[in-house]
Each structure stands twice: as structure tokens, then as C-alpha cells.
Design a protein around this ligand. Structure first.
Ligand SMILES: [Zn+2]
Ligand SMILES: [Zn+2]
Length: 181
């Protein structure tokens, strides 16, 4: 089963909550994490996983109570706003990881020459940079969709200052972001 990214996010943004595993509808769902490889079939972030039969990455999923038990999901029963809050947190966390990687973690790769550590990843390995950059852009698009959901539902955005800090960090690195200037 190939999960379409836009379709997945659109379904999540639709009014009714549904279990990502079995499709059951409900006003509340368990939102949480699992490392169960079987959950790779429907977890959003696993869309690009090459081998879905063997992915033990930590996956954020939205499931009904029966599926939470089946896939050993460590989560909590929340309504739609609760789910969007968790998804926003997850998106922010992923963006922060991407920034940490661009700032410094890539330098710890053993292939990187000591003398190259003073440069930016975009100079040292443009292809790897492009890959990371497009992943970050996709996360930013997701962030904007989540942001829009809070606006449309007239719910306050949790920790709104996060965004300006993120923008400063990205621009400080000399890169661009969809989240501001
Ligand atoms: Zn289910
Ligand atoms: Zn995966």
C-alpha cells in the first residue's frame, strides 16, 4: 500500500477523525508513537520508507482504541484539537532536528574532512544539502497547513513564538524558509 502524502494530510485535516489503520471514524482517537514495523504501512512519516516491512523508526500515528492495542501505540485519547496540537509539536520537533542537522550534526559524519567543517553543508555536499532542504520544505508546508487549521477553527496556536525563533535560526544559517523572513 502506497500512502499519498497530500491525501494523508488532507484526510487528517478533514472534519472527522479517522483511524489511520482501519478507517474507523470517531470524535476521539489515540494519538501517539509506536515502533511496530506493521504500522509503517499507514504512518505518515513512513511514506518514503523503502522497506516498510522492516521499519522500527518511532512513528506518530492516529488510531482507534482497538488498533492502539494491536500496534502497541504509546499515546493518549484526544479530540481533534488535541490531535492537531500533537501534530504541530511533532512537526516543530522534526523542523528543529533538520536545523540541528544543517547547523552541526552533518559535520560529525566520518566522510567529512576536518578542514571542511567550517563551511556550510550546501558548499561541502550540495546534493545532500538539497535532499535535506527539500525534506525541510515539505515539513514547512505541513507546518503551514497545520497553522491554517488552527486559524480556521479559531483555536489559539500553542507557543506562537516558536515560529519567529525558527525563522531566525534558519536565516542565521544563511538559508531560506517558507515560514517567514
Ligand atoms: Zn483502527
Ligand atoms: Zn518507516
Amino acid at each position: 500500500m502506497q500512502l499519498d502524502w497530500d491525501k494523508a494530510i488532507n484526510e487528517i485535516l478533514a472534519a472527522k477523525m479517522s483511524c489511520q489503520a482501519c478507517g474507523t471514524l470517531g470524535d476521539e482517537m489515540i494519538v501517539g508513537y509506536t515502533r511496530n514495523p506493521d504500522a509503517a504501512e499507514f504512518a505518515q512519516r513512513c511514506r518514503d520508507c523503502v522497506d516498510k516491512s522492516d521499519c522500527d523508526a518511532r512513528k506518530l500515528v492516529v488510531v482507534c482504541e482497538a488498533c492502539a492495542r494491536r500496534y502497541r501505540v504509546n499515546g493518549e485519547l484526544v479530540d481533534e484539537t488535541g490531535m492537531m496540537t500533537i501534530m504541530l509539536d511533532e512537526c516543530r520537533h522534526n523542523l528543529e532536528e533538520s536545523i540541528d542537522y544543517l547547523t552541526t550534526y552533518w559535520k560529525e559524519d566520518t566522510d567529512i574532512d576536518f578542514d571542511e567543517m567550517q563551511k556550510g553543508l550546501d558548499e561541502v555536499d550540495p546534493e545532500l544539502f538539497r535532499e535535506e532542504d527539500s525534506w525541510r520544505m515539505r515539513l514547512e508546508e505541513e507546518y503551514l497547513q497545520l497553522h491554517r487549521w488552527f486559524r480556521e477553527h479559531r483555536k489559539p496556536i500553542p507557543d506562537p513564538a516558536w515560529r519567529s525563533q525558527y525563522v531566525e535560526d534558519v536565516i542565521g544559517l544563511g538559508y531560506t524558509t517558507l515560514l517567514g523572513d
